[in-house]
Design a protein around this ligand. Sequence first.
Ligand code: ZN
Length: 239
Amino acid sequence: MDSLELNAFVISETDYKDSHKIFTLFTDTHGVLSTVGYGAKSFKNKSSKIGIMVNAFFILKKKKKNNEISFIDEVKIIKDYRSLKYSIIWESVPFFKFLKVIDFETEEENRFIYIMLEKLFDSCKNDLEIFRVFSVSFILKTLTYLKIIYIGKCSKCGQPVDIPFIDIYGDIKCSKCKSGSDISIDEKSYFDIHKMIYSKFEEIGLKSDEIDYFLIDKIIKPKIGKSINEFRQKNPFGD
Ligand SMILES: [Zn+2]
């Protein structure tokens, strides 16, 4: 590809040499990629208008053939989420790291998660507490959609789970299929996780301190090698 047109969220940015920046984009078609914004530190440059939390349309080009990294040729802001509360932006930084650990097999999968990310920011109503619940829900919804975790059905027999148990691989089992070392899960926590995955964002109705992060860790850590806490941040600003 010599030229690439796509929509993307800017999920991180770093300075590059004196006057440029490297932006990491979560795109609607090409997963996560990095691109150079030449002259992005000069206010006259188009790339200076963008930054983390901006959703934009991009035309990316490559300088030479075989050159791995592209540069921004055109950029047009679609929606600027920098108008959200600073505390939400602050907590989005570790949350965006999650997007870097997932791989998409198809463009359809990529687009689905991209649209869900837009929904997450649009429906959090600029409320930090709601954002916290939705961002954890987003992680669980994504892993379920990508068939990395299964919640609701027994991973062994495929039947609806009566009393939930979990094994060391993070797989959920029913009471018939559990083996000796599997441990039972608190039903309220299991029900809440089910709700966070299968309800629409605005219908979840949980508070962040009601979420069983310990159980979520037991489910996701064996699958993606990372703890849920790596995608959350203790907020020094309160609120
Ligand atoms: Zn079973």
